[in-house]
Structures are given as C-alpha cells and as structure tokens.
Ligand binder design. Structure first.
Ligand SMILES: Cc1cc2nc3c(=O)[nH]c(=O)nc-3n(C[C@H](O)[C@H](O)[C@H](O)COP(=O)(O)OP(=O)(O)OC[C@H]3O[C@@H](n4cnc5c(N)ncnc54)[C@H](O)[C@@H]3O)c2cc1C
Length: 215
C-alpha cells in the first residue's frame, strides 16, 4: 500500500515524534511504500495568498476559490502545492498525525488543507463531485491525535464535549467531502501526563493499529 504520512509537530523529540518514529518503522516493516510530509521540517507555507498562483485568472481582484480552480486546470499552482498534490494522487492511504490544538489541528496543517486541497483536484463542486462522488474517492484517511485533556473531559458528557464531534470537522467536512473513506482515529488522551510506564504501551498499541490496517 502507498501511504502518505502528513505530520504536524514542531519537535522531533516530542511524544508525537516518538509516535511518528514507530509509524515509520512499522509501515516499512509491513512492506508499505511510505512518503512523508513533515510540515514543520519542510517549513511548509501555511497561508493561502496570491503568491500561490503563478498564472492568475484575474488581476483586478483576488478570488482564492476561482484562482485555485484556474491554477489546477492550468498546472500553474506554486511548486510546493503541486508537489503535495502529486503525493496525494500517488497515495492509497493518508495518515494525518498532530497534537490537538484548540480542539483542532495546528495551523500549519490547516494551511496545508487550505492550499493543497484545491477545487478541481479534491472536489468539483459545480459538477456535484463531493462526498461519495468526491474526486479522492478510493483513497482512505486516518487521524492520529494526541490531546492534553484526559478522556473524560472529551467524553459526550465531558466539559469539552465529545472529541469525535470536534474531529468530525476534519473527518467528515474535509476528508469525507473529498470522497476519502475515513478509518477510525488513533487518539491518545492526557498525553502530557502519561505515566512513564504507560508510554511504551501506547507506542505498542499504535504499532498494532498500523500493523492491522486494511490493505
Ligand atoms: C496551542 C495549544 C493548544 C492546545 N489545545 C488543546 C486542546 O484544545 N485540547 C487538548 O486536549 N489539549 C490541547 N493542547 C495540549 C496538546 O494537545 C498536548 O500538549 C499535546 O497533545 C502533547 O503532545 P506532544 O507530542 O507535544 O507531547 P510531549 O509534551 O512531547 O510529551 C508528552 C509526554 O510524553 C512523554 N514523552 C515525551 N517525549 C517522548 C519521547 N520521545 N518518547 C517517549 N515518551 C515521550 C513524556 O512523558 C511527556 O510528558 C494544546 C497545546 C497547545 C500548545
């Protein structure tokens, strides 16, 4: 299987870094082809702006959605966007790993979606090619998320509300919108307060989840 691993944590020596290291070894041992978008290491530009479009559809006004459609159809998107598009087109499975920041993804990953998930590549809204007809149909996606809060705070009765409701913006409204089939997420609650003896167990659980990915 071809796996694109999109990783958004700024510190390689973090717990997220340890999870990513487990993933690289496990996926390779399973015989998968793996490509990585390590967004902080790449210093990925997180802000969609007019610089993303080498040939503009219009010069009198900047309309991001219109420029994305035009940039995609003319192959004139910025090279870093083109590179990510090529990786997604290649992949069967997209794994997104990140720490939960403000109940969502870090800005660098949100910027990746803003800039890379362009209309004409992931969806064709005018033609109704969204959700089950989305242009990325046939691919699968999975979130790997670490949280600061303990599980009870993100339970349906917890003070934050059900974490799955927060993640559904990414799982349903972004990935699902493009036709990607979403696999169950791997979530680590209370990451900063993990007792040292629990860390190897969590890393092992992640290894087992990756080892049993449907091919
Ligand atoms: C801007 C911001 C917003 C946030 N918003 C939220 C929010 O809305 N909801 C929420 O729940 N949390 C939130 N958090 C907390 C955040 O989700 C956690 O800090 C994060 O998930 C912890 O992951 P980490 O990789 O940074 O952990 P680290 O701090 O690197 O590590 C966590 C623990 O894992 C162990 N560890 C660390 N490195 C390793 C290693 N290399 N190998 C093995 N074990 C290791 C240590 O025991 C460490 O204490 C927020 C944090 C920030 C900065």
């Amino acid at each position: 299987m071809k796996v694109l691993y999109i990783y958004a944590h700024p510190e390689p020596k973090s717990f997220n870094g340890a999870l990513k290291d487990v993933a690289m070894v496990t996926l390779a041992n399973m015989g998968h082809d793996v490509r990585v978008s390590n967004l902080y290491a790449m210093r990925f530009k997180a802000v969609l702006d007019a610089q993303d479009f080498r040939i503009r559809a219009r010069h009198d006004i900047f309309n991001p959605a219109m420029e994305q459609i035009h940039g995609m159809s003319t192959g004139s998107l910025a090279p870093d966007i083109q590179e990510e598009i090529e990786k997604i087109a290649w992949a069967d499975l997209l794994i997104f790993q990140f720490p939960l920041w403000w109940s969502s993804m870090p800005a660098i990953l949100k910027g990746w979606f803003d800039r890379v998930f362009v209309q004409g590549f992931v969806v064709d809204i005018a033609a109704g090619k969204v959700y089950q007809h989305g242009l990325l149909k046939g691919k699968r996606g999975m979130l790997v998320v670490t949280c600061g809060s303990p599980e009870e705070m993100y339970s349906p009765e917890g003070v934050h509300g059900d974490l799955h409701r927060h993640l559904s913006v990414i799982e349903h409204n972004i990935l699902g919108f493009t036709g990607i089939e979403v696999l169950p997420p791997f979530i680590v609650f209370g990451a900063p307060a993990l007792p040292p003896n629990r860390v190897p167990r969590v890393l092992k659980e992640y290894e087992l989840v990756l080892s049993s990915l449907p091919v």
